[in-house]
Design a protein around this ligand. Sequence first.
Ligand SMILES: [Zn+2]
Ligand SMILES: [Zn+2]
Length: 131
Amino acid sequence: MTGILRGGCLCGGTAYELRGERRPVVACHCVQCRKTSGHYVAATQVAADEAVITGDTLTWFRSSDIAERGFCSVCGSNLFWRKFGSDRLSVWAGTIDGPTGLRMESQLYPESAGDYYDLPDVPSIEQATLK
Ligand SMILES: [Zn+2]
Ligand SMILES: [Zn+2]
């Protein structure tokens, strides 16, 4: 699916437009995603130069040695994840406005999932197979 997808945080302080190709959604049950989302993360991914981010509330938190997470410093919405030095940007699918045209097709770290929900019915993959 092409065309522009728009999204942003709950308070409107940070907004974005995604142009170009969007990766199918990947769920992640890792502890970091559990903590920052309150559940698990479902994210698409785009080329970083095809994402236009506007607003003045976006804050980046260094969540590990290899990556950081972007969230709104006013309302707390989790929006982005990016690897240091990568030209890709992960975008939390639930923050996209309106129909996304995307489907969740795989998941990461199912062994770290909370014990209170059933895993989505999609294949488990290794992080290393993703960019
Ligand atoms: Zn906000
Ligand atoms: Zn994760």
